[in-house]
Design a protein around this ligand. Structure first.
Ligand code: CA
Length: 230
């Protein structure tokens, strides 16, 4: 359960944008559902119960406002992020009044949108969904108490290293970018120093890899980031 990908419903009637969003969020590990009009949006939302809805406002059949209103009236509590055109900024207030949580103005940076979506999901996620313990390679990690043991005794990791490892473990088998790690582990939104991530990965490898120069648990994915293989 804890590793089920977050479900995202993208409601957007412009096919190019809808496809671009789908590709990007699927690449980031989301299970993506798409709707091209307001009625389809409601149908999918009630059937799939997405964790978050990206909602264009100007839509065929039912507007984004109406979709938002009907979702909230039906008791749906997932975060709703509106996608608005610059000329619609006045509509943002109306959307927020109808129960939307946030908005981005087109054209937006996909990086920024992904960061916002993750931040909303993090806030919405119950605390117990966070991974508490994990074992691999003869080592055990207690992420709640920041305690770790290896074959030859206690492993001393900094809190940041525990959080970094915890995040990599929750995404095991997937490529995680440095920007995502900064966002998720450091909480930095404008990523000034991706080197910071490399330095911490280096230290973590010294502690958990038998041969830090040839890591088998946290591998580097060329030009992309890191992947945990435990
Ligand atoms: Ca539209």
């Amino acid at each position: 359960m804890e590793n089920a990908p977050p479900k995202l419903l993208i409601v957007e009637d412009e096919p190019g944008l809808a496809l671009g969003l789908r590709d990007n969020f699927e690449f980031e590990g989301f299970a993506v559902f798409s709707a091209a009009d307001g009625e389809e949006a409601l149908r999918i939302a009630f059937r799939e119960k997405p964790d978050l809805v990206l909602l264009d406002l100007m839509l065929p059949k039912l507007t984004g406002f109406e979709v938002c209103r009907q979702l909230r009236e039906a008791g749906a509590a997932m975060p709703i992020v509106m996608l608005t055109a610059r000329s619609q900024e006045a509509d943002v207030v109306k959307g927020l009044e109808l129960g939307a949580d946030d908005y981005v103005t087109k054209p937006f940076s996909i990086r920024e949108l992904i960061a916002r979506v993750r931040a909303h999901l993090r806030r919405a996620a119950p605390a117990q969904a966070r991974l508490e313990r994990y074992e691999f390679g003869g080592m055990s990690f207690d992420f709640r108490n920041y305690a770790a043991h290896g074959m030859s005794g206690e492993l001393i990791l900094s809190p940041r290293e525990f959080e970094l490892l915890r995040y990599l473990v929750t995404r095991r088998g997937e490529v995680v970018t440095r920007e995502e790690l900064l966002e998720q582990v450091w909480g930095i939104q404008d990523y000034p120093m991706t080197r910071t991530v490399d330095n911490h990965i280096g230290k973590l490898r010294q502690k958990i890899e038998a041969e830090p120069g040839e890591p088998k648990w946290i591998v580097t994915v060329h030009r992309s980031g890191y992947k945990f293989l435990g």
